[in-house]
Write a protein that binds this ligand. Structure first.
Ligand SMILES: [Zn+2]
Ligand SMILES: [Zn+2]
Length: 263
């Protein structure tokens, strides 16, 4: 059985788990090593079964705990070459870290297949990942992206589970407390994805066979789980798509471990 969850998700820290038969990958470590290790322990995930850490980009909410974690756990780090260079320049990697540059091809990572794809964000070379488990289940994760390119669509399409950013409600962002320049950045082509953009893609992907979705990286100031989930559900209802029994969409929790989603 393959499953996905997030240890925490949002602008104060992101980390996701893809697990099958006790073996797992992490995507990002955006809170402290201690907080991350506590969450893994709470899920009964043994540190020695971690096969690798995939890094999307160098922003602090994705790499905060990376260096300390790597000192305690010798596991390979997967990221684009430019991101690895940036992490080194920012002193986010301990000496002797096992670095695995990702290109567009499928790479083996402890039995998992890992394929990076570019996303549009104001980082050096932001990536999402499409991951195939040892038993052949496929999921894809894309957070921190200003818009949904064809490249991203291709990477998400056909995956059994998609973890997709649903960062902000446009009305809340427009009328909220952020300075104007920050609002422009978030809504821009190299910023974050709105609930509406996320919902539109969820509908498209359902029509192409995707079954489950985890809405990730919700903004604390400009969004709520009810807004994000409501936007998806309203759009699906308008399109006449009925979510399956038990629901097919969940919003990742900001500070806590979310429920496992099987795929
Ligand atoms: Zn970012
Ligand atoms: Zn982020």
């Amino acid at each position: 059985m393959a499953q996905f969850t997030t240890l925490y998700s949002g602008s104060s820290g992101n980390s996701a788990v893809i697990e099958e038969d006790g073996s797992y990958l992490l995507v990002d470590i955006g809170k402290s090593c201690r907080k991350t290790m506590q969450a893994l322990d709470a899920l009964d995930l043994a540190p020695n079964r971690l096969q690798g850490i995939l890094i999307t980009h160098e922003h602090i909410d994705h790499v905060s705990g990376l260096k300390v974690f790597l000192k305690k756990n010798r596991v390979p780090v997967y990221a684009s070459p430019a991101t690895l260079d940036m992490l080194a320049a920012q002193d986010r990697l301990p000496t002797g870290a096992q670095l695995r540059p990702v290109d567009g091809s499928v790479q083996e990572a402890g039995g998992f297949g890992v394929q990076g794809f570019a996303t549009s964000h104001d980082a050096i070379d932001c990536h999402g990942y499409r991951i195939t488990t040892p038993k052949g289940k496929t999921m894809a994760i894309a957070t921190d992206l200003g818009y949904l390119s064809e490249t991203v669509h291709t990477a998400l399409s056909g995956a059994s589970l998609v973890a997709l950013e649903s960062n902000y409600d446009p009305f809340m962002l427009r009328t909220g407390p952020y300075p104007y320049a920050l609002k422009v950045r978030i809504a821009g082509r190299r910023g974050h994805l709105s609930n509406d953009e996320c919902a539109g893609k969820v509908l498209e992907l359902i029509q192409e066979g995707c079954e489950k979705f985890c809405l990730c990286h919700l903004s604390h100031e400009n969004n709520t789980p009810a807004h994000a989930l409501g936007t998806v559900k309203n759009l699906l209802a308008a399109a006449g798509v009925r979510p399956g029994e038990g629901g097919i969409v969940q919003a990742a929790k900001r500070e806590e471990i979310s429920d496992w989603m099987e795929f």
